[in-house]
Design a protein around this ligand. Structure first.
Ligand code: ADP
Ligand code: MG
Length: 420
């Protein structure tokens, strides 16, 4: 482990190294936020990761973090640009981003500029360290902003408060809530029956949880939604991109290709529009969600997926702390997701969750998803999946504020999620 360098906000020198407690490595000031995730995902594996290394190696070609802009740099240049399938890893540069997205990025920066007390010097520090939107400032723990940008504690606290106010994080009137709900849109699942019980597809502006046993189709539905969100609105899409946080190593680009081709879409383009992050442990998962806040507008993200939500927390917290401790961390994580859905009424946030076939002390009945009450209360709409005959699966709405309880049968086919 390299030498730990003391932090000194006043004596901020770009390029100076300091120890980052989040990913437990040294970072370089001024550029660390950009490198942060790369260090985590490509850095020295922790003991936990070494245990699962065999499993991850099998999926190596999919384990590239796609959250980085090309300007984020690549220290050693050793990452392969082409994977085994010959599919270009997604390098997103300005030429690939359409003008409206660049406009959005500029407007994000202008929002930051308009915060009280932000002059050119502060703005430069913020932008350089990757805090280029109100969301990025509001959602990042102060200690990280301080470390990354070199700004002082008081300034950081003020910036976070002002960003939260501008984003209306806190109380709002019922009229504001109605304004928010009016913008809610839906993404088709591919199954008309499933769409129907969901009120016309999965809706934006809330957390939707698909839970069920192993092989009930959770991951398949997540893949399908990544494709469908890109469809034109008249075909049930949102003309937007997807961000996929994979905690289990089960994302398969080849499935995306099959599904895209069956809809006559350009598969390569569809893959390019899915930003992928592999979360190796619960800490990575939490950071990826926080980082996602930066990308929503910039990359036209209309769908965020966490597949699966609780897995890491469950396995890690066994020897790491009390159940209460774990639930509190999960609670915070879910609230990060809820805030995203709250702020972006045109963004769908979808999570998957496991159920225990053999209920243990924490998970009372077979219909109970992992994570207990915290998860149940955090997600707005919950769908329980179970196996039917052959390729058929049954979905049941378990808990939704404005949907009747209902069941739908759908099929998992080579072409994706289809009618049952
Ligand atoms: P979960 O995430 O709930 O554990 P999955 O979403 O991985 O489950 O679903 C697994 C199911 O999807 C399996 O029953 C498998 O048969 C089906 N499946 C996976 N790939 C294909 C494919 N290419 N063609 C048809 N069915 C598939
Ligand atoms: Mg799965």
């Amino acid at each position: 482990m390299a030498k730990v360098v003391e932090m000194n906000n006043d004596g901020f020198v770009e390029g100076e190294e300091y120890y980052c407690p989040e990913c437990k490595r040294n970072h370089t000031k001024g550029k660390i936020y950009k490198d942060h995730l790369k260090y985590i995902l490509n850095g020295v594996p922790s003991e936990d990761e070494q245990i699962t290394a065999e499993f991850e190696d099998a999926n190596e070609e999919y384990d590239t973090l796609e959250l980085e802009d090309e300007s984020y740099g690549n220290d050693d240049g050793s990452e392969d640009d082409i994977n085994e399938d010959g599919i270009d890893e997604q390098e997103i540069n300005d030429e690939d981003i359409d003008e409206s997205i660049i406009d959005d990025r500029d407007s994000c920066i202008n929002d930051v500029k308009s915060l009280p007390g932000v002059g050119e010097a502060t703005l430069t520090k913020l932008i350089k360290s990757g805090f280029n939107s109100l969301e990025a400032i509001a959602y990042t723990p102060p200690s990280i902003i301080i470390n990354e940008s070199g700004l002082g504690e008081k300034t950081t606290a003020k910036l976070i408060k002002a960003s939260m106010e501008k984003l209306k994080i806190g109380f709002k009137s019922a009229e504001d809530v109605w304004e928010h709900r009016k913008n809610i849109a839906r993404i088709t699942t591919g199954s008309p029956e499933l769409d129907e019980i969901l009120g016309g597809g999965v809706e934006t502006g809330s957390i939707i949880e698909f839970f069920g046993e192993f092989r009930t189709g959770k991951t398949q539905i997540m893949h399908q939604l990544c494709v469908n969100v890109q469809l034109p609105k008249e075909l049930g899409g949102l003309e937007g991109n997807a961000l996929y946080i994979d905690t289990e190593g089960t994302f398969r680009p080849e499935r995306i290709i099959q599904m895209a081709e069956s809809l006559d879409l350009d598969a390569k383009k569809v893959l390019k529009n899915i930003i992928f992050g592999r979360a190796y442990n619960s800490d990575h998962q939490i950071i990826l969600v926080k980082e996602a806040a930066n990308l929503i507008k910039e990359r036209n993200i209309k769908l965020i997926i966490v597949d699966s939500l609780i897995g890491h927390f469950r396995s890690e917290y066994i020897g790491r702390g009390t159940l209460a401790n774990r639930q509190q961390t999960i609670n915070q994580h879910i609230h990060d997701l809820l805030r995203l859905a709250d702020i972006h009424s045109d963004l769908a946030v979808i999570v998957t969750n496991q159920v225990q076939a053999k209920p243990d002390v924490f998970y009372g009945n077979p219909l109970q998803a992992a994570g207990g009450n915290v998860v149940a209360h955090g997600s707005t709409i919950r769908i329980y999946l179970r196996k039917g005959k052959g390729v058929q699966r049954v979905a049941k709405i378990v808990d939704a504020p404005n949907l009747p309880e209902g069941e739908a049968v759908f099929s998992i086919t080579e072409e994706g999620i289809k009618e049952g």
